[in-house]
Design a protein around this ligand. Structure first.
Ligand code: COI
Length: 334
């Protein structure tokens, strides 16, 4: 049995090797290259492939992989929006993803960044770098004094709620799918408008489905409290970035945490040092003292990466052995 893996980064290699050591009868080969129509032939002779990329899995790519004899494909991440599902179905593909690899990775990052915005840490860091050691006017807001509004109470949202409660915040939540436990405990408000009206900190933990695109816009921001902190460690398209910039400029928004950005593909996870920066709006956000930008790294921890690699290989092997994988992707859903 042979599995071929694409786009393996250096930081994934130890976990891949761990998996290999635990499965000595399985042949594992890999490349740092992405899966494209050209590189698909590298998988020839393999029984399945393990992949991760933001680049589209186009009909041509899927066809090339099928031509190489491989139709069992395991993603190391959760998002499946870049797969041509019709073609995958036509070619008889079986696909898996890793829907839960470490909700804590993302929730923890969101919480840390929210707290840092509240304490005005970036302004203080900038003062320290200039050897300005005065306190004022860089005064903080305590997390326990905030009402924290959580939009989306899936795995990540729930961990975020626990962390914020650990700090002593009052937590409220909104979701179209109500978790019975949370409902019993009275976390849910009736509408997003209610959440916007009450929350001092708003954190998004919902997927990028059409109904959620630009849910944070001029209209929703107008309904929020003055001095609101907005946190997006979910998906870039949820936020109308221009509207947030207007809110920051007017002072309505106290601070913004942005780990995902609607213009991130091709920009994040690249080194722009010494090169012309491709996005002036992003550069402006990065430079603001009350905005914390990270390049989609909330997920990026050793714990998460280990699970992404291990669970993807486990899934792939199960498919190859004709067993039911842990997280099959429904090909007609998208
Ligand atoms: C996902 O798993 O969908 C993520 O957002 C993380 C990805 C960039 C590896």
């Amino acid at each position: 049995t042979k599995i071929f893996a694409y786009a393996i980064r250096k930081d994934e290699e130890p976990f891949l090797n761990e998996w290999k050591d635990a499965h000595k009868d399985i042949e594992v080969e890999y490349t740092d290259q992405l899966l494209t129509p050209e590189t698909a032939k590298l998988a020839k002779g393999a029984d399945g492939v393990v992949v991760y990329q933001q680049l589209d899995y186009t009909p041509e790519t899927l066809q090339a992989l099928a031509d190489a004899g491989v139709t069992k494909m395991s993603l190391r991440n959760v998002g499946v929006d870049n797969i041509d599902m019709d073609k995958a179905k036509e070619l008889g593909f079986e696909i898996t993803n890793v829907p839960v690899y470490s909700p804590d990775a993302i929730a923890e990052h969101a919480a840390i960044q929210a707290a840092r915005v509240l304490r005005q840490d970036k302004r203080m860091d900038e003062k320290m770098a200039k050897r300005d050691l005065r306190w004022a006017p860089t005064i903080g807001r305590e997390v326990r004094d905030q009402v924290v509004g959580v939009v989306g109470t899936g795995h990540i949202g729930q961990v975020f709620m626990k962390i914020m409660e650990g700090f002593g915040a009052k937590v409220i939540a909104y979701d179209i799918f109500k978790n019975p436990e949370l409902e019993k405990k009275g976390y849910y408000v009736d509408s997003l408008d209610d959440l916007y009206k009450q929350a001092d900190v708003i954190s998004l933990h919902v997927p990028d489905v059409p109904a959620n695109v630009h849910m944070i816009n001029d209209e929703s921001i107008a309904k929020m409290k003055d001095g609101v902190v907005i946190v997006n460690c979910s998906r870039g398209p949820l936020v109308d970035t221009d509207a947030v910039i207007r809110g920051l400029d007017s002072g309505k928004i106290f601070g913004f945490v942005m780990d995902t950005y609607e213009g991130e593909v091709g920009v994040f996870n690249e080194d722009w040092e010494g090169k012309e920066f491709p996005d002036a709006r992003l550069a402006d956000l990065i430079d603001r003292p009350n905005v914390l930008v990270t390049p989609h790294t909330a997920f990026y921890t050793t714990h998460a990466v280990r699970n992404m690699v291990t669970k993807a290989f486990d899934n792939n092997l199960k498919m190859i052995n004709g067993e039911k994988p842990d997280s099959p992707v429904a090909l007609d859903k998208n």
